[in-house]
Design a protein. Structure first.
Ligand code: AMP
Length: 171
């Protein structure tokens, strides 16, 4: 696993001063690392009858789609406002400064469907917390929230359903 951690690039002071940004594009661009990362994540959910994988814009789409393909599941998009064409369900959530909003098509998940949610990095957990709320309000049965990497010092998993958080790489 250390090889996967090592290939993720740290970018200092992005998007603003004081933040160390985990740039996963270096891992995605390496064929062996991308393959290994998806296989290791998908392995946990094989046989778990996942109906749909929800991917969070934008890097969550890449991971979510690859996982869904491996699991024989559908893909659902959670997007920034104004991008989804059909009727949407919206959720606003707090950021460090101000708020942000995410949207999902209101018919993207049917009550009782078994849902895996995927994103690249778990930081403060605000984004995933909002996605969890949306999926639950549509009646989805959340099996897990999975991440390629987790910034443990930000304690994001405390905002998410207990026992339903998995991250492959911990920083
Ligand atoms: P959060 O809501 O704080 O858990 O973070 C939400 C999103 O911001 C995640 O989808 C990450 O893609 C991104 N993010 C936040 N902090 C970082 C970081 N230090 N490095 C890379 N991505 C980050």
């Amino acid at each position: 696993m250390q090889d996967l951690k090592d290939i993720i690039r740290d970018v200092n002071d992005f998007p603003k001063k004081g933040i160390v940004f985990k740039d996963i594009t270096t891992l995605l661009a390496d064929p062996a690392s991308f393959h290994k990362m998806i296989d290791l994540m998908a392995h946990r959910y094989i046989g778990k009858k996942i109906d749909k994988v929800v991917g969070v814009e934008a890097r969550g789409f890449i991971i979510g789609a690859a996982l869904a393909y491996k699991l024989g599941a559908g893909v659902v998009l959670v997007r920034k406002p104004g991008k989804l064409p059909y009727k949407t369900f919206k959720k606003s959530y707090d950021l460090e400064y101000g708020t942000d909003t995410l949207e999902i098509h209101e018919d993207a998940i049917k009550p009782g469907e078994r849902i895996l949610i995927a994103d690249d990095v778990l930081a403060t957990g605000g984004t995933m917390g909002a996605v969890v709320d949306m999926v639950q309000q549509l009646g989805g049965d959340i099996q897990d929230c999975c991440f390629m990497a987790e910034l443990e010092f930000l304690h994001g998993r405390a905002k998410l359903p207990e026992g339903k958080v998995f991250s492959l790489l911990k920083f």
